[in-house]
Design a binder for this molecule. Structure first.
Ligand code: AMP
Length: 287
């Protein structure tokens, strides 16, 4: 069932008091990454809400917002075929004239928080609206947007929300490129370069495990990426995945994060560093 109206959605959800509510937020242009989250929720055989909303508050550039792929007819067909219980399409006034914004502190002083000023405040503001309206028991999020998961968990903690986050692994194409709605904007001549991103993440992870890695070596990996045809590496960092703190020489919970620009399109990816780390080298990361 497609619902656009907030009070109607609230009514239906409150009549479902005997069901556990799962919620998958999306910006549409659905791909296998989204569908895996949806299918995972459906395995629970409870009540599933999927929203489609291209959130204007999270774009730091009007051009990026305007060209974000919108394929609503196709998306609705897919979701209806999957028998999703509720497809929530908020009306246009959902974020229009919005005055309140969330400020998130140090978690946004890193990675995409620096690279896309205001982005996470926009994400947090909208997700708080959705969580208030839907009041889900479980929120299903993809690891592809790893910093976004941390931001949302912080809001849940800070505002004593009852929802629990379920994180799902990144879905990739057969060449390793993380699926993303933005991939369809990548010029064909740059596809190979984009596929190189994950190869480099794996090489870094392997090097950390096998021999240790000095932080300055990241400059070498950035150069490999740029030489493969990518316009710019916005960041390439290895941080503690729980709080995005620097890891120094302590490899526990390390995750590699990357953002690149190709023809004005930003792509992000990340990879957890496997636990089998060779600590004898004593130089996991040295600054
Ligand atoms: P988006 O439509 O890009 O806002 O993404 C909606 C949800 O799908 C977020 O939780 C994303 O992390 C998740 N998602 C997007 N791409 C992927 C992917 N390749 N694999 C797994 N989850 C994804």
């Amino acid at each position: 069932m497609i619902i656009k109206n907030i009070s109607k959605l609230r009514k239906i959800i409150s009549s479902m008091s005997n069901k556990i509510i799962y919620y998958v937020p999306t910006m549409g242009n659905l791909h296998e990454g989204h569908l895996k989250l949806i299918k995972y929720a459906q395995e629970k055989d409870q009540f599933l809400v999927v929203s489609i909303y291209v959130n204007p508050l999270q774009f730091d550039s009007m051009m990026d917002y305007k060209r974000y792929p919108r394929t609503i007819k196709r998306d609705l067909k897919i979701l209806e075929k999957l028998n999703v219980d509720i497809i929530f399409l908020p009306e246009n006034n959902f974020s229009k004239d919005n005055l309140s914004k969330l400020s998130l502190g140090k978690i946004t002083h890193k990675l995409c928080g620096l690279d896309r000023p205001g982005h996470f405040s926009g994400v947090a503001t909208i997700i708080l609206k959705f969580l208030n309206i839907i009041q889900p028991d479980f929120l299903i999020l993809g690891e592809k947007d790893y910093q976004q998961i941390l931001v949302i968990k912080q809001i849940i903690r800070d505002f004593f929300l009852k929802v629990k986050v379920l994180e799902r692994p990144t879905v990739r194409d057969r060449n390793g490129l993380a699926l993303s709605s933005r991939n369809m904007l990548i010029p064909r001549t740059k596809k190979n370069a984009a596929e190189n991103i994950f190869r480099v993440l794996k090489s870094i992870s392997r090097e950390i495990r096998m021999t240790g890695l000095e932080k300055k070596k990241l400059e070498y990996y950035k150069k490999i990426i740029v030489d493969s045809g990518i316009d710019k590496v916005n960041y390439l960092e290895i941080l503690n995945e729980n709080n995005l703190d620097e890891i120094g020489n302590n490899p526990t919970n390390a995750r590699i994060f990357i953002s690149v620009s190709i023809s004005g399109i930003k792509l992000i990816d990340n990879l957890k560093v496997s636990k089998r780390i060779n600590l004898r080298s004593g130089k996991f990361i040295s600054c």
